[in-house]
Write a protein of this length. Structure first.
Length: 480
């Protein structure tokens, strides 16, 4: 039933009604009906779901770096509003009015429909503004992925003002930008909720041990159990989601710091330009030595040669690009020349002796030997179109390589075991330091070949070495 009444309004009230009159095309009755309905609903809302301001701010603070579920986001802001930025603005402002959040907003965009650039500036309560910035950013990134992904290029947060810039990009960078700026804890919270008992136990163990627990990848632990030097490539590759050799040195050093500190393998890693200072808590000298060699080989896997100086609880790793360049030069020269390994090593040893401050010549020879071994087998792989290795084709390849190393060898293949015996060697132990270095490097060449063929799957056992007084060298190889 419609009731007609005469009413009088002051100019102040008329001004407040103008937005409603415009919305309803000048229809005063419709405008008043909406005002009454909104007032009643707002009153009911306040009575039924009012939240104390301090509690609300705490809840919003706890939401920092956590994205709301997509279904909740769609209920808060209609995904279809991306087709009209002006309607999107009105919808957001209306929700802020309903919440009574005093936030000023300025939107700039290059297109009314599916824009490729959006700039937002907001001012207001810190917690409310930060939550709204996260919500709007998630909305724009999520709902732009299917047509022209929007990446968050910058977020400037100064006092009570937040500025956000979105620009056209690709799907991967767009999603990554959202995690970088607003979803840093999202993956962590999801993981904890998916396996609460596991994470509760891990946290309790670290707390009760005062963070003296060590958490490493299974492959790293397996290397320790099998008396290998654990390099830890898998830990960094898993974190970086790309091969070691594709990671720039500066980024690699930061990843190494994050991984080794988080795993508690070391106490602290400090980076000074390209120098790395590792503080550890190992009391056993052999343990500290293995850690040092592990770090050097890890850096070498990234393509950079480092030397190391050790003190009681510290390892200082210094980049030696000149040695690394010399190794690369030697390996390339061996590919194109007929020089023997011992001839090339004589040149390399002369070079190393000129570096008076090089503390660890054997480690440089380890790197050299393994690179030579990998390079020789890579060339063999190309020449013979080999993609998968087994003990049969590995035996054939090593016979070819042994001829280049001036060695006579014998092979016995039984089941999945290969017994490799060096019967004659042109650089057998003579007591000469240089010969010992050559012999050491040749052994590393073999390890490099083995690693290139089988990775860390092969088991290597050294039975005899000439340098120990035996008349021949013998190793056994087993692959799973």
């Amino acid at each position: 039933m419609a009731v007609l009444r005469h009413i009088s309004l002051d100019d102040e009230h008329v001004q407040k009604m103008i937005p409603y009159l415009e919305k309803h095309g000048g229809n005063l009755c419709a405008a008043i009906r909406e005002i009454i309905n909104r007032d009643v609903l707002h009153s009911l809302h306040q009575k039924s779901s009012a939240i104390d301001t301090s509690l609300l701010n705490w809840m919003l603070k706890e939401m920092e770096d956590i994205l709301v579920p997509d279904k909740v986001l769609d209920e808060i802001i209609d995904p279809g509003l991306m087709t009209s930025m002006s309607k999107f603005e009105r919808s957001v402002r209306q929700k802020l009015e309903e919440l009574e959040w005093d936030i000023e907003m300025v939107f700039k965009y290059d297109s009314e429909t599916y824009p490729s650039e959006i700039l937002i500036e907001m001012r207001g309560s810190r917690q409310q503004t930060k939550f709204l910035a996260s919500l709007l950013s998630q909305y724009f990134v999520k709902n732009s992925l299917h047509y022209s992904p929007l990446e968050i290029k910058y977020v400037v947060n100064i006092n009570s003002c937040i500025k956000i810039g979105f620009f056209r990009s690709n799907k991967k960078d767009a999603q990554l930008s959202l995690i970088t700026f607003f979803g840093g804890l999202n993956e962590i919270i999801t993981a904890i909720k998916s396996r609460p008992d596991f994470w509760r136990d891990i946290i309790h163990r670290h707390l009760s041990s005062n963070y003296n627990m060590v958490t490493v990848h299974r492959n790293y632990l397996e290397d320790i159990f099998t008396d290998k030097i654990p390099v830890g490539e898998i830990m960094i590759e898993t974190r970086a989601k790309k091969p070691l050799q594709d990671i720039p040195l500066r980024e690699f050093l930061v990843l190494m710091k994050e991984v080794y500190e988080a795993a508690r393998v070391v106490d602290r890693v400090e980076i000074d330009n390209e120098t790395v200072i590792v503080s550890h808590y190992y009391r056993n000298k052999n343990a500290a030595e293995r850690l040092k060699n592990s770090l050097i080989l890890l850096l070498e896997s990234n393509g950079h040669l480092y030397d190391a100086k050790t003190t009681a609880n510290m390892i200082v790793l210094r980049h030696r690009p000149e040695v690394g360049m010399k190794i690369n030069e030697m390996v390339e020269h061996m590919k194109t020349s007929n020089s023997t390994v011992d001839q090339e090593l004589m040149v390399f040893m002369t070079f190393l002796e000129g570096l008076r401050d090089l503390p660890d010549i054997p480690m440089s020879l380890t790197v050299l030997g393994r690179r030579i071994g990998k390079s020789l087998l890579q060339e063999y792989e190309k020449e013979n179109s080999i993609k998968n290795w087994d003990l049969v084709n590995f035996k054939k390849a090593m016979e070819n390589i042994d001829s280049r190393l001036h060695r006579v060898s014998e092979w016995k293949l039984e089941d999945r075991h290969l017994l490799y015996t060096i019967q004659q060697c042109s650089i057998a132990e003579t007591g000469n330091t240089f010969d010992r270095y050559i012999c050491y490097t040749i052994r590393e060449v073999f390890k490099g070949v083995l690693e290139q063929a089988f990775g860390n799957k092969a088991e290597l056992k050294i039975n005899k070495l000439i340098s120990r007084g035996d008349s021949f060298c013998e190793v056994s190889i087993k692959i799973p």
